[in-house]
Design a protein around this ligand. Sequence first.
Ligand SMILES: [Zn+2]
Length: 296
Amino acid sequence: MNDFIPFTNEGRGEKMKLVNGFDLMQYAKQKGYILPAFNTTDMEMTYAIAQGLSDAGLPGYIQISSNNLRLSNPKMIAELAADAVRSYDIPVALHLDHGKSFDHVKACLEAGFTSVMIDASHLAYEENIAEVRKAVEYCHFYGIPVEAELGALRGKEEDILHESDAKTDPELVEEFVRRSGCDLLAVSVGNVHGLSIQPDIDLPLLKQISEIAEVPLVLHGGSGIPAEMIRAVRQYGVLKINYGSDLRKEMIRSFGEAYEKDHNAHDVISLSLQAVENVRAKTAELVKMVNCQVSA
Ligand SMILES: [Zn+2]
């Protein structure tokens, strides 16, 4: 366990093993996989996610939100993610989650991200299209796919509480996808961010959207959604499911339990290694669950 975090710096300058987002989507479609996208926050989380995916032998995304870039800048996280997947043989893409601006998108592409989201879903419909279109034109030039969001999710995205609950309007989907040029569409169908609100997935709406959308769908807020519902959404064009809270909870639980037991606890090294093990196990469990490889 003492050599768990394999940051070696070996192979610096080698071709990165992170997979291009378009290639990952194509691979998953061919093989019939659902791609979980796990939110990293920092170094430990990044290695834990890569190891969990490798343990399961299944593909997925490591992603980081725009807000999280305050803690871990794009260059650092790209370097860590590239190193984390270097010794494994599973396809992993590095994705910007909830990209809040064109500048963040650009910074992440320059750093080596292989997939991005531009989230302009808080803006009016036409402005959302314009923002996404701008990111798409830039990213496609570099061969990078773009996820966009139509509708708004309730819950807490990082430190921002969203009260609105605007489900994706199926009437707007065809036009939004066509005019924005997005490659993946995040939908609001009763899914929520965080674990404090119960999701209530509207399967008929998801089905309706999947029949209209010409691009794969993305479900944010995977953490609160029960396994049987995840199995149900598989048939409705969902290719990517985001998981943030589940992994963060594992990380915090590891430290919280130690503190509860002993208020003088201070062995950050052992606790961090234990937290990594816990996140790694949860990652493997979730990627198997979304691909129906375990009965949860
Ligand atoms: Zn989200």
